[in-house]
Ligand binder design. Structure first.
Ligand code: HH2
Length: 291
């Protein structure tokens, strides 16, 4: 018999995140020149620190630091370049009282980041590299296993599925199994459908609508719809910052459908959207008193 899943309390270094109590907000900090929404915004480690401190004040629960863009068409960079962009800022941010996640799929970069103070790994390839799986197992940090078809360079070339929700579910469960077989503890695994990664706008909408089927796997879910281009398929041409209201709608629905962590650029606004969605879901029916 399979053991029941433990209550989702995430142990991130000295931090404890009680994922079952309320939705948690992961603030995005991109140290890239070319991210789709905020590339080039952060010029140096000090401005990364200022942005991180602002997000903490706005109610972020986790900060996700990325140094390589995964926007459609992005070219990969070397591990040395990724570390050069990442580590000085990470060392500063690690002083803040908030868990830092590293958004990388390179084990060498993840290992250096853990050394510098990161307490979580966010891997858009779903721990595809066996060395990443063994690092995750050895270090015991929580890991985000995200679903992607192909690579950022190729993923948006006519993505096809027979049944996107079933296939994403199966592929995520297979990746979780591979990780567990490599020694990653089940309670350290967070699954993410990978909004925008090898999916059409319609695929993304279906995944958001059918999120409860992914939540039913029992693994905590992370969802990242923030400012992504599927919103423009509905709303028409908008710059990434103008996609904030569309993002709020997707965040609201994702929370109502069982997402426990929401990865966003606009922490203050999405914290409010997530909080209201959660309050509506959990409001108690007032007792009528005795007759
Ligand atoms: N989306 C992006 C990057 N990393 N990680 C997870 N787990 N889930 C996501 O949806 C996700 C992710 C893309 O967004 P962003 O970091 O803003 O852009 P870029 O990759 O261009 O830096």
């Amino acid at each position: 018999m399979r053991s029941p899943l433990p209550k989702p309390i995430l142990h991130c270094g000295p931090f404890r995140l009680k994922l079952s109590l309320r939705p948690h907000i992961m603030g995005i900090i991109n140290l890239t020149p070319d991210s789709f929404s905020d590339g080039g915004l952060i010029k140096n480690p000090v401005s990364a620190y200022q942005r991180a401190a602002a997000m903490l004040k706005q109610g972020a629960d986790i900060l996700d630091l990325g140094a390589e863009s995964s926007r459609p068409g992005a070219l990969p960079i070397s591990a040395a370049e990724e570390k050069r962009r990442l580590l000085p800022a990470l060392k500063l941010l690690a002083r803040l009282p908030i868990p830092i996640s590293v958004d990388t799929s390179k084990p060498e970069v993840a290992a250096a980041a853990l050394e510098a103070g990161a307490v979580m790994i966010n891997d858009i390839t779903g721990l595809e590299d066996p060395a990443m799986r063994s690092l995750a197992a050895r270090s015991g940090v929580p890991v985000v296993i995200m679903h992607m078809r192909g690579t950022p360079r190729s993923m948006q070339r006519a993505p096809r599925y027979n049944n996107v929700v079933s296939e994403v579910r199966q592929e995520l469960l297979a990746a979780a199994r591979r990780a567990q077989n490599a020694g990653v503890k089940r309670e350290k695994i967070i699954l993410d459908p990978g909004i925008g990664f090898g999916k059409t706008a319609e695929h993304n909408l279906l995944l958001l609508r059918e999120l409860p089927r992914l939540a039913a796997t029992g693994y905590p879910l992370l969802v990242g719809p923030s400012r992504k281009s599927f919103l423009t398929a509905i709303l028409g041409p908008l710059t990434p910052p103008e996609r904030i209201w569309g993002t709020a709608a997707a965040v609201t629905l994702a929370v109502a459908h069982g997402a426990r962590i929401i990865r966003v650029h606009d922490v203050k606004e999405m914290r409010m959207a997530a909080q209201v969605a959660h309050a509506i879901q959990h409001v108690k029916i007032p007792s009528r008193g005795k007759k």
